[in-house]
Design a protein around this ligand. Structure first.
Ligand code: ACM
Length: 282
């Protein structure tokens, strides 16, 4: 199978400046080609919304909003899949979402399942679960930012056949998520593409936030194939053999998925309070 190109764009959106943010993304991607390109979380709007009214003013219905049409055109120009974080409006409801386009065609809209901090005041939690999008010889599993903290999310996508986790982000905890995503890739034997933003936002009453950059592409062995600096624009692109993500056998001979023991993992489907204590009562 020919190599596939995985790419991430790291930007610093200015809050509310949707047209300018899009123009910067378009300029940075001029002439680029990728089978999969990932943009940051809320890449067109910025992050620190003060309230739902602000979200509603900038949010768009998928796939028809004006910013989304420009993102669709970008995926056509890239000749590949694009996964881009944006604020989604569905009637009066708002979601922190990731739009997926394949060469201009809408292929799904992932709604962030695990909302972080004040996002819970602004968005509904994702109500569609996790899904995998096939295209360009790849099976792509979208996640958004804080979903990294819940290994069940990456595992669900990998069990559904994802070769690569596409991870639009606005990360603020220094370095942890980048390291954790290498582990998510390792434990599931998949590639990961984290497109993080950098820069800062200070919009009271929200806390002043500094975003950590350091976008990365990692392989099924947990190694970083490309890494961006902490505070600069960057376009990462790596050609990979997707078959590596389809081999779930470790050098030890262990089969990562076949040797799972779901019957011992009842905690995975029960709320924490329902998990019985261990024999020692702890
Ligand atoms: C985050 O989920 N934006 C930290």
């Amino acid at each position: 199978m020919p190599p596939v190109r995985l790419a991430a764009l790291q930007t610093a959106p200015e809050f509310g400046a949707v047209a300018d943010n899009l123009a910067r993304i378009e300029a940075l991607l001029a002439g680029a080609r990728a089978d999969l390109l990932v943009l940051p979380e809320l890449a067109t709007t910025g992050y620190c919304f003060r309230d739902r009214a602000e979200v509603l003013a900038l949010a768009e219905p998928y796939p028809e909003g004006p910013a989304l049409r420009r993102l669709a055109a970008l995926s056509r120009a890239l000749d590949g899949l694009l996964v881009a974080g944006f604020a989604e409006r569905d009637g009066t409801r708002t979601y922190n979402a990731a739009a997926v386009f394949d060469r201009g065609e809408p292929r799904g809209c992932y709604r962030k399942v695990h909302l972080f901090g004040f996002e819970r005041e602004l968005f509904e939690p994702g109500d569609r679960g996790f899904f995998v999008v096939p295209g360009r010889g790849l099976r792509v599993g979208p996640l958004v930012c804080f979903d990294w903290f819940f290994p069940e999310a990456a595992r669900t996508l990998a069990l559904r056949g994802a070769d690569v986790l596409a991870h639009p982000s606005n990360l603020v905890l220094p370095g942890w998520a980048q390291q954790a995503m290498r582990v998510r890739g390792l434990e599931n034997r998949v590639f990961t593409v984290t497109a993080n933003r950098f820069g800062a936002e200070a919009r009271p009453p929200r806390p002043a936030l500094r975003f950590t950059g350091m976008s990365q592409v990692t392989d099924p062995g947990g190694r970083a194939l490309a890494e961006a600096p902490a505070q600069a624009e960057a376009l990462l692109a790596v050609d990979v053999d997707v078959e590596e993500a389809r081999r779930k056998t470790l050098p030890s001979g262990n089969e990562v998925f076949a040797e799972r023991r779901p019957e011992t993992y009842e905690w995975a489907t029960r709320p924490a309070a329902a998990v019985p204590p261990g024999p020692s009562g702890t």
